[in-house]
Design a protein around this ligand. Structure first.
Ligand code: DAH
Length: 358
């Protein structure tokens, strides 16, 4: 075997031994680099005759081409191997189940509010919204709770800018101011309709349509523990007409509770109590006959016959109009319905808790 064949064979062997592109470049330098074997062989031709140079040069060139071809082949082989490794590492298993994007859902208290609204709507109640920043008059005075009334101390709240100097605006402590706001609008609308002669049906009897409304929303008090949050929800109810009695309150609220809790044998108790805006007043307790809470009396609402002074605040004559009102806690209803024992869980925003209601 001549000397050039030996060089070509050893180049091929060195290239095949190179396992990375960097190794291969190092091996290349040994043969076709500046001080590689081929370059040295070229330099060695200086002493040859012109005739010898010709044949020797051609032979060295052939050897060089063979080495470069081997180098290119090995480069491609290494690049190909690297690609295979990468493809394997990044392989997608298209048979795996997809990861779905979460669709979100309603907060448990929102679910309760929707439920309350649809039950009362089915009984002919309107649903009204009102401001959370309220004036002293709507929150207290119009509800028969004048400035020096002791019941005010149970409603410590957050006072905000605006309002009267001696009676600043506040974050409403209950949804009861909506009784006044809604009734005043209702009375005004009826008068306008009478004047415009639009509503011939009521013109005929001269009667005002009954006020029947619920008002759900956020309320605020300076209170914070496992069963009280500074922000909580209430839902007010009001039914006023010329012939609405406590009996109607019992019927409506019993029907509501049994529908809400899907429990036909649920029992209600009206326990005498005091609220400035109702007379007589009652606390409403419920009792389940089965399930984990069976047998216990659970308070769910305050209620009563609307006080004559409140009827007056509405712009109506208490000799003619009578009705009932109630105020319940949707947060508490949600806790009872789902068996949650810490109110704060509703307002912490922990997705692991909230996702359970979807
Ligand atoms: N506003 C009362 C409270 O926050 C609840 C209440 C009691 C509302 C009796 C009423 C009612 O409408 O008649 O404690």
């Amino acid at each position: 075997m001549n000397e050039l064949n030996v060089v070509v064979d050893s180049a091929k062997a060195a290239f095949n031994q190179a396992l990375t592109p960097a190794d291969l470049e190092n091996a290349k330098a040994l043969f076709v680099g500046k001080s590689g074997r081929i370059t040295e062989l070229m330099k060695g031709m200086a002493a040859l005759t012109a005739e010898e140079k010709k044949s020797r040069g051609a032979a060295i060139n052939l050897a060089k081409q063979a080495i470069e071809a081997a180098l290119t082949a090995r480069r491609e082989a290494l690049a190909d191997a690297e690609l295979q490794v990468q493809l394997k590492a990044e392989a997608l298993d298209v048979t795996l189940p997809g990861r779905l994007r979460g669709s979100g859902g309603l907060h448990p208290v929102s679910l309760t509010l929707e439920r309350i609204e649809s039950i009362f709507a089915s009984m002919g109640f309107d649903v009204a919204q009102g401001p959370e920043i309220e004036s002293d008059w709507f929150n207290f005075t119009a509800l028969n709770t004048p400035e020096d009334h002791p019941a005010r101390s149970m409603h410590d709240t957050f006072y905000v800018e605006g309002g009267l100097a001696n009676a600043p605006n506040l974050l409403r402590t209950h949804t009861s101011p909506m009784q006044i706001r809604y009734a005043v609008q209702h009375v005004k609308q009826h008068r306008l309709q009478l004047e415009a002669g639009k509503n011939t049906e009521t013109l005929f009897s001269g009667a005002m349509p009954e006020i029947r409304v619920i008002a759900p929303g956020r309320t605020y008090r300076v209170d914070s523990d496992a069963t009280h949050s500074p922000m909580f929800h209430q839902c007010e109810g009001l039914w006023v007409g010329e012939n609405v009695s406590f009996k109607d309150l019992k019927f409506v609220f019993t029907d509501f509770c049994r529908t809400f809790f899907e429990s036909d044998d649920l029992v209600l108790r009206f326990r005498p109590s005091f609220f400035p805006f109702t007379e007589p007043s009652a606390e409403i307790d419920i009792q389940f006959q089965s399930g984990p809470l069976a047998g216990r009396w659970l308070e769910v609402a305050g209620s009563g016959q609307v006080h004559p002074n409140v009827i007056r605040s509405m712009g109506l004559d208490p000799e003619k109009f009578i009705g009932f009102a109630f105020g319940m806690g949707p947060d508490r209803l949600t806790m009872l319905r789902y068996g949650v024992n810490d109110l704060r869980l509703f307002f912490d925003g922990d997705i692991r808790f909230l996702a359970q209601f979807q």
